[in-house]
Design a protein around this ligand. Structure first.
Ligand SMILES: Cc1cc2nc3c(=O)[nH]c(=O)nc-3n(C[C@H](O)[C@H](O)[C@H](O)COP(=O)(O)O)c2cc1C
Length: 146
């Protein structure tokens, strides 16, 4: 089985809701398991062993959260992350653009972006839930082929 880990930070639950949808979508792909990992409980070894990773953060002060930034600080120059498929996701209260920041750091550590990430205002609703699951499926397919 290929494994997808959805790494996220969330104080209020909005980003967790996106993470859950992405994991749901990834697990719909045959041969793929998906699980959540809170960035506060970061386990770099498990992330290194996963076939693909989703990385998500709330916008905290126009940047990713400190816990998510720690993941990138610790994986810089770690060969296990070179070429690893990833997607980004973020929630915000009006200031989008954090996906682009996550994507910049993830590609800096050598990870391979599967597709454009998703920035969501507050919590996902309606059609956005479907889009998050679709993003998870795309990542799941990349994991299955890794
Ligand atoms: C410490 C802190 C700083 C924040 N800074 C911003 C910000 O700069 N821009 C913005 O759009 N939202 C900001 N927000 C709002 C959050 O990004 C938004 O509510 C997000 O959905 C929270 O995600 P969570 O429920 O997963 O914690 C901030 C929230 C907190 C708690």
């Amino acid at each position: 089985m290929a494994e997808v880990i959805v790494l996220f930070d969330s104080r209020g639950g909005n980003t967790r809701a996106v993470a859950e949808c992405i994991a749901e979508g990834a697990a719909m792909v045959p041969g793929v398991t998906a699980r959540l990992m809170a960035a506060a409980d970061l386990d770099v070894a498990s992330l290194a062993a996963a076939q693909a990773i989703a990385v998500g953060s709330p916008n905290y002060f126009s940047y990713m959260s400190g816990h998510v930034k720690t993941f990138f600080d610790l994986t810089y120059r770690n060969a296990a992350f070179k070429g690893k498929p990833f997607v980004a996701f973020s929630t915000h209260a009006g200031g989008g653009g954090i996906c682009a920041v996550i994507e910049k750091l993830a590609t800096s550590v050598g990870m391979a972006q599967v597709t454009d990430g998703i920035d969501i205002l507050n919590a996902p609703a309606g059609n956005q839930l479907k889009e998050c699951r679709k993003l998870g499926q795309q990542l799941g397919r990349a994991a299955a082929n890794a």
